[in-house]
Structures are given as structure tokens and as C-alpha cells.
Ligand binder design. Structure first.
Ligand code: ADP
Ligand code: ZN
Length: 672
């Protein structure tokens, strides 16, 4: 039997890699080589996983068509890492391999793009500021370790974390190595890219999802050829195989957007740490509000903790106060106010003050649209999306829109159900806030930042520039404005309704609210003492009380105790099996079948004792884009056991009804 075959990870939804004979020209290939192989009637890309593979007797093997020389051979550490990804996240290895390569063939990069360059080139490097003592000691601490280590840099907003990254990179590239900087997509602003490219002229490549295919390809090759020393990008930049990678930095490590919810459901932080381990290089995680996962790892000594408690130049933390909306309502019952229902006297006074002094303010509400929804006060009818099990959101007083599938319809004057009573607006959205403010403060030059107003990167950039240059003085927005934006003259931030999100069906609901409140507050007073006002119906919620005290430690202790009590991550690990079906009955059947299989497995194997199965249940978002959704949650004290349990649970998948899909999400974030 010949043992000169190759095991190839083929770009197709196959559980296993496939065995091929050597190419006819006799070329000898290595692990990591890209190839083209026949697959059924078509030709597919693949990457060689193993050489010297044995041919099996049963099948007549096909030969590899050719080596793809336009693609670089993947370094061994990356190959190991990609195989780990496939194993850990239970995803076809060949499809993961495909995410490594740029969208276009190399030769196409030579055609010059007529658009503005991705990275503006400057001729002189900017001079770094003298580091603060805190910055110096953090840098020393990080550079003191050799090889793999995870460093958690816990630094309050404005403490100079980015400056620390820049310094670490400077020291790194002096030794001829490359650095990878991951930031959330939304933080990857021109401001930030500029800051890096000014410090490292000609050395920065950028990758994010808003680039054209050609731009991506050019940037990718700049980094992979070693011509650029620094790659800065959103989570997927992690897959770019940098030949001399010596350091990975992941900023805002707590950001949920690091978790990809579709296809390969990986978490970029966890994946980055694994890559760092394989390459034996340090990984730096930065945040003002670390995730409970990272915090607990730091507490256990698995990560090295570095703290920066001071804002640069002794800028003070903002002054935060809370308005209890229940009291506002009570008070207004007897003392009618001319102000809109959502606007307390306190918030009104703050805004007046800001405009009188010619300062800038931001109002934050995590909900788009004119109002939450439209309801008939006669029969109680609420407009719902025909494709999804959610109510529609009212926009511009005239349209009802689904925020999940973008379905929209015109708002009818009379209730479409009882045809007697007019429909009325219910709740609150950013559009309504803008409307009311424009009436109350004609002097306000408003910029609205939400997904309706800002749909492209260019629009976001214009919005930022307008606010920076003070063409606008009031920013009204959803969480879009909460992240990473740095406006020196923004001195007041109002949280219109902090409660949105407290009761989200998500084990991280409190954590996210705390992070959001802290981050939004951090937007205020970057240069002088800022003020923050939080309006809420639930002032005793821990997310609020700990934000008020500016007490991350207290919050983390409280939250981690809750997670321990409930056997939630990070204490135990979790996986979600998502069942999606064209038919509600089939979906339900498959989810029940899945639960039975789980029970049987637990009975059969004693190793699965520290493992809990919850469900099946209908997903909170039961219907999404005409698919019916169910879920089963598995919790376990061990990652390994959880993984093997999920594999056995789905098995070969032969038992799943056609038209129904079961997907495994390891360490799930979105449980809607
Ligand atoms: P973070 O990333 O923690 O929010 P940054 O690194 O962006 O903080 O720093 C906040 C602001 O302070 C930036 O405008 C930055 O240029 C400035 N800054 C950072 N470090 C120093 C320093 N050592 N001296 C003077 N200014 C600094
Ligand atoms: Zn919908």
C-alpha cells in the first residue's frame, strides 16, 4: 500500500480532511502547501495537513491537480493553530483554511486603485510623549517576560493604553519582528489608524471588513510579505499568517464583537491566546472593563495583571449622578411638566448648561427609531414582523421596520386589526430623542449616530469629523458612540435610559450594562472634569451602583459570585446547540430528539456527571427570517468534556430532519 498520499483540508462543508494521491507531475509537497484538488465534479482549494498519508483500500483515490504557488506555504505554528480552531469550535477544517487567504489572486494587486489609500503615508514619524510612571512600569513588566504569556492591561479610559501598545510595538519592530493589533471593528477609526501610521510611517497594514477585495488583498500581502511590520485590524485579521509575528495586542478585550456568531463561531481573544501559545509570543489584552473571563484568569494567576489607575495628565474621572425615573413620573403626576416624558428636569438643566457654555454633549440610548413600536390603544394590537417574532420599530413617524431582517411597512393611520382606533407610538428611540431636543434647543447642532443614520464607514467618519471640528455640538446615539471615540471637548454625557439591556436574556447582561455605562461615562471629560447623568428606573441595579462608585473590582467580585452560584462561565464552560428549521414542528421535534440523545449520553458515560443540559427551549427570538429557532444549552466543568459531549450529541447528523439544521456554538455570546 502506498504511503505517499496527502491529507488535504478541502474547502467544503466536510467533517474530515480527504486523502489524495500526489500530483501527476510528481512534485513533492509539504504540510501548509495550498493545492487545487478535484472534488466531485468541481475543483476546490485545499491545504495539505499531512504528508506520507496512507491510502485506504476501499476508495479509488484521485490525484492533487496542482500546487497553488500564488499562495504562501502556511507556517507550522499557524497550521497547528488552525487545526486547534477546527477541533475546539467543531468546524470543518477546510473552510477555516479558506479564511486565511485574501479574496483575490496576488497578481491583481498590482492594478492601482483610484480610491484614497487605506493607510495615509507620512514622511516623518511623530514623536512619542514622555511616558508616565504607570506606563513605564507596565511596559517594563510586559517586556520582562520571554515567550508566551498573557498580559491583562486593566487601564481606566484615557489612562494611555494605546500609548503603551505603540511603545511595545516600537521596541518589537526594532528587533525585526511583526506586531498584530486587534481592535473592535467600530474602534478602527481613521483617527486610530492615523495615530499608528504617524508613529510608524510606511510600516502599517490595515484589514477590516469595509475594505474592497483589492484593498484587502494588497494589505494582506503587505503584511504577509513582511514589508509591513504592523498589522492593525478587526477580529479576522488574526487569520493573516504573519511570517515574523512577535506580539499580539487585543484592545477592548471585553468587546462582544470579538465573538463571531456565524459560520466559524470563534472568539478572537481566545483564538489569539492560542495563536500566541503556538508561536510562543506574548499576548496583551487591554480594557478599562475586562471581561469576567479574563478577570478571573488574572485572579487565578493565569494572566499577568497590569493596572493603570490614573488618567494621563491627572485628568479626573467624570462626576456621575443618577436620576430615578420612577420619582420623576411620580412627581410629574401632580406637577405636570412641559418636558417630554423621557427628559428629567436634571438632564434638561445639564443640556441647557452645556449649550450656554458652548460645550459639547452626547446623549446615549441603546434603541433606534422614533419609538420602540406602535400600538393600538383600542384593541392592543402591536405591529409584528411577518418574518421574525419581534415587534416592528417605528421610524420617521411613518415606517415600521424590523431591526432583524429589515422588513418594513408603512404605518397605517388606523389600527390594521380593529380598524377603529388610530395607532400610537409606544416607547422611546434615538429618533424621538432627536426630535424632542431639536424643539427644546434650537441652538443644538445635532449629529445622530445609529445604524439608520450611519450605515457606511464614510458616514461614521464624517460624523466624527463634524463633532471633532465642532460643526455639531450634540451627539445622539446608540452604542455606536460608546466605543473608542475620543472627543476632547465632550464634557457631558447623558444616558437617557440605562435600563435597556438589564433584562436581556443573556448571562452577560449585567456585565455588558456595566461595561457600557463605564465606557460611555469615559467618553466625557477627556480634557477637563466631565459630568455624566444616568436616567434609570432601577437605580439599585448593580451595573449602576458599581458604575457610580467607579468600582470595577466590586462589580467583578459580585458578578463572578453570581456566575459561580449559577455554574455559568467563566466558572463552568458553556455550549449552545441552535436548532433552526423551516417548519416549527420539525424544529421542535429535532430539539426534543437532541435532548433525548443528551440524556442517553449522560446515562451511558459516567464522565459526563459534572455536566448540565438545559432545554430544549424555544429561542427568545423564536422566529428569525422565517426560520423557527430552538436551543439546547450544555454546561460543563471541563472544556474537553464539553467538546466531546457536543460532538457525540450531534453525531453524524444523519438523524436530523431535512430542512432543519443543528449548529454548535462553543462559548456562545448571543443567546437570542
Ligand atoms: P486609552 O487607550 O487608555 O484610552 P490613550 O493612549 O488613547 O488612552 O491616551 C489618552 C490620551 O492621552 C491620548 O490623547 C494620548 O495621546 C494622551 N497620552 C497618552 N499617554 C501620554 C503621555 N505619556 N503623555 C502625554 N499624553 C499622553
Ligand atoms: Zn423581521
Amino acid at each position: 500500500m502506498s504511503s505517499n498520499c496527502y491529507l488535504v483540508a478541502v474547502d467544503a462543508p466536510l467533517k474530515e480532511a480527504l486523502t489524495y494521491l500526489p500530483p501527476d507531475n510528481g512534485e513533492v509537497l509539504q504540510r501548509g502547501h495550498s493545492v487545487k484538488v478535484p472534488l466531485g465534479k468541481r475543483t476546490a482549494h485545499g491545504v495539505i495537513l499531512k504528508t506520507g498519508s496512507e491510502a485506504t483500500k476501499e476508495f479509488k483515490l484521485k490525484a492533487i491537480l496542482e500546487a497553488v504557488i500564488a499562495r504562501p506555504i502556511l507556517p507550522a505554528a499557524y497550521m497547528d493553530w488552525l487545526e486547534w480552531m477546527a477541533q475546539y469550535y467543531i468546524h470543518p477544517i477546510g473552510q477555516i483554511m479558506e479564511t486565511v487567504f485574501p479574496p483575490l489572486e496576488k497578481k491583481e494587486k498590482l492594478r492601482k486603485s483610484s480610491k484614497a489609500p487605506v493607510v495615509k503615508e507620512v514622511s516623518h514619524a511623530s514623536t512619542p510623549p514622555a511616558l508616565t510612571e504607570e506606563q513605564q512600569s507596565v511596559i517594563k513588566g510586559i517586556e520582562a517576560t520571554a515567550g508566551f504569556a498573557v498580559h491583562l492591561l486593566h487601564g481606566v479610559t484615557g489612562s494611555g493604553k494605546t500609548e503603551v501598545y505603540l511603545h511595545l510595538l516600537e521596541d518589537l519592530i526594532r528587533t525585526g519582528r511583526q506586531g498584530l493589533v486587534l481592535v473592535p471593528e467600530i474602534s478602527l477609526t481613521p483617527q486610530l489608524i492615523d495615530r499608528f501610521s504617524r508613529r510608524f510611517p510606511g510600516s502599517v497594514a490595515v484589514l477590516h471588513s469595509h475594505l474592497t477585495e483589492r484593498e484587502k488583498t494588497t494589505q494582506w500581502w503587505g503584511a504577509v510579505s513582511g514589508e509591513k511590520q504592523i498589522l492593525i485590524g478587526a477580529r479576522s485579521a488574526l487569520f493573516c499568517p504573519l511570517p515574523k509575528l512577535g506580539l499580539i495586542i487585543l484592545d477592548e478585550e471585553h468587546e462582544p464583537s470579538y465573538k463571531q456568531d456565524e459560520k466559524l463561531k470563534y472568539h478572537a481573544r481566545d483564538a489569539a491566546i492560542m495563536l500566541g501559545k503556538n508561536l510562543n509570543i506574548p499576548v496583551v489584552l487591554g480594557s478599562a472593563t475586562p471581561s469576567m473571563e479574563s478577570w478571573s484568569n488574572a485572579q487565578q494567576g493565569k494572566y499577568k495583571l497590569h493596572t493603570m489607575a490614573q488618567r494621563v495628565n491627572a485628568r479626573v474621572m467624570p462626576e456621575i449622578s443618577v436620576v430615578d425615573l420612577r420619582e420623576v413620573l411620580r412627581h410629574r403626576k401632580d406637577n405636570p411638566s412641559t418636558l417630554p416624558f423621557w427628559l428629567s428636569d436634571e438632564l434638561h438643566a445639564e443640556l441647557k448648561h452645556v449649550f450656554a457654555k458652548g460645550e459639547q454633549a452626547a446623549l446615549f440610548l441603546n434603541r433606534r427609531g422614533m419609538a420602540q413600536t406602535a400600538q393600538c390603544h383600542g384593541c392592543g394590537y402591536v405591529a409584528e414582523c411577518p418574518n421574525c417574532s419581534v415587534s416592528l420599530t417605528l421610524h420617521a413617524r411613518s415606517y415600521l421596520v424590523c431591526h432583524y431582517c429589515d422588513y418594513s411597512e408603512k404605518l397605517t393611520e388606523l389600527c390594521p386589526d380593529c380598524k377603529e382606533t388610530p395607532m400610537s407610538a409606544l416607547g422611546l428611540g434615538t429618533e424621538k430623542v432627536e426630535d424632542d431636543i431639536a424643539k427644546l434647543f434650537p441652538e443644538a447642532r445635532i449629529a445622530r449616530a445609529d445604524r439608520d443614520e450611519v450605515q457606511t464607514r464614510a458616514q461614521l467618519e464624517t460624523l466624527i469629523e463634524d463633532f471633532e471640528s465642532e460643526r455639531t455640538n450634540l451627539l445622539i446615539g446608540t452604542q455606536m458612540i460608546a466605543k473608542g471615540l475620543d472627543f476632547p471637548r465632550l464634557n457631558f454625557v447623558g444616558l437617557v435610559l440605562a435600563d435597556v439591556g438589564f433584562h436581556w436574556p443573556d448571562l452577560r447582561a449585567s456585565e455588558r450594562s456595566f461595561q457600557l455605562l463605564t465606557q460611555v461615562s469615559g467618553r466625557s471629560g477627556r480634557q477637563t472634569a466631565g459630568r455624566v447623568l444616568i436616567q434609570t428606573y432601577d437605580p439599585s441595579h448593580p451595573s449602576i451602583t458599581f458604575t457610580l462608585k467607579n468600582d470595577f473590582y466590586g462589580f467583578a467580585e459580585f458578578e463572578l459570585q453570581e456566575r459561580r452560584d449559577l455554574l455559568y462561565p467563566p466558572h463552568w464552560r458553556m455550549a449552545m446547540l441552535r436548532i433552526q428549521s423551516n417548519s416549527e414542528a420539525d424544529g421542535r421535534k429535532v430539539s426534543e430528539h437532541l435532548a433525548h440523545r443528551a440524556q442517553a449520553l449522560q446515562k451511558q458515560f459516567t464522565t459526563y456527571e459534572n455536566l448540565q443540559v438545559l432545554g430544549p427551549a424555544t429561542a427568545p427570538l423564536h422566529k428569525l427570517r422565517n426560520k423557527f429557532r430552538f436551543q439546547l444549552i450544555v454546561k460543563c466543568d471541563s472544556t474537553k468534556k464539553l467538546n466531546s459531549f457536543c460532538r457525540q450529541l450531534v453525531g453524524d447528523g444523519e438523524w436530523i430532519t431535512t430542512g432543519t439544521k443543528v449548529q454548535v456554538d462553543i462559548d456562545p455570546f448571543s443567546m437570542m
